[in-house]
Design a protein around this ligand. Structure first.
Ligand code: GLN
Length: 305
């Protein structure tokens, strides 16, 4: 599809005009050192083709993009039971907010804010004997790269600055919505966030969300078709935190961002797209990444509505 290649090249050029408009995440010190002016975009189609432009082989910290995978694994192990412990509503607050937890008796609004991802991670730790190894193996299988690693420096740096996430976990424990040792779950959560992948690998990893739950590369059934639709719906309403509405307005597809600057987008039945650029806006979403997805939506008419 030469047309895809041309479009991605154009977007890669245009997105560079965003450089300088945001800030690289620095509340995790190990992420602050990442050079700001980088961009990549990759598409992986449900018939197994990959198209990319920019630094598409450069790896980065996937951060909260991992939350979509953690939820997938927790759904595999807990089925619908998981929804007793985490909600399905947009939060309208920052990804690391504690505010609603107090009023909503320790049930986080959705699985994609930090509190929700911590509960989901806690549920996974209860059922999986080696949760970090298990996640890494899954990431390697889905991305078709057995060299994918967890960046220990990033995971340790987050652990050193864990206080806000630890506070959420302890608050949920006080409401009986957290079963395991807080430190054990935090270590697993930070390890998931510190997985490093390229845009191409991330686009491959989430191919199952565009393909009714079946990973395009490995053929592994990750979720049922119905569960896949459920995850995509939640990504649509909550994947970009308190900017999810603006993103739906501008782009109109299920997506998940991370403070490493990556965003994964799902076009069900067609392809997954991953964009990456480290500078973030005030909501913790990549500035050039958002602009690139907006351009892609305009050029390929991918909006779901
Ligand atoms: N590891 C980060 C945190 O817990 C993830 C945040 C993000 O990517 N939005 O703060």
């Amino acid at each position: 599809m030469p047309q895809f290649n041309d479009i991605l090249q154009q977007i890669s050029q245009q997105a560079r005009c965003c450089f300088g408009q945001g800030k690289v995440a620095n509340y995790i010190p190990a992420l602050a050192d990442v050079p700001a002016e980088q961009f990549s975009i990759a598409i992986h189609t449900v018939d197994g083709q990959t198209f990319s432009a920019g630094d598409a082989h450069a790896t980065f910290s996937i951060q909260s993009v991992s939350k979509a995978l953690t939820l997938t694994l927790a759904m595999q192990h807990h089925g619908d039971e998981i929804w007793r412990r985490v909600g399905k509503e947009p939060s309208g607050t920052a990804f690391n907010s504690l505010a609603q937890l107090e009023f909503e008796t320790g049930i986080p609004r959705n699985p994609f804010i930090n509190a929700g991802a911590l509960v989901v991670c806690d549920a996974l730790v209860s059922r999986v004997s080696a949760p970090v190894f298990n996640m890494l193996e899954t990431a390697r299988l889905l991305s078709a790269n057995d060299k994918v690693v967890i960046n220990k420096k990033v995971a340790d740096s987050e652990y050193q600055h864990r206080h806000r996430n630890a506070a959420m976990a302890h608050l949920m424990k006080s409401f009986n919505n957290f079963d395991n040792d807080v430190d054990t779950v935090l270590r697993a959560y930070f390890s998931y966030c510190a997985i490093e992948m390229s845009s191409i690998e991330l686009a491959k990893t989430f191919s199952y969300l565009a393909n009714q739950g079946v990973c395009v590369q490995s053929g592994r059934q990750m979720l049922s078709a119905k569960q896949t639709q459920q995850v995509n719906s939640l990504l649509f309403t909550s994947g970009l935190y308190d900017a999810a509405g603006d993103f739906a307005f501008r782009v109109g597809i299920p997506a998940k961002s991370g403070v490493g600057g990556g965003i994964i987008g799902i076009v069900p039945g067609k392809f997954t797209v991953c964009v990456w650029s480290p500078e973030l806006n005030e909501f913790g979403n990549s500035v050039a990444g958002l602009y690139a997805l907006e351009l892609l939506a305009e050029k390929l008419h991918i909006s779901m509505l």
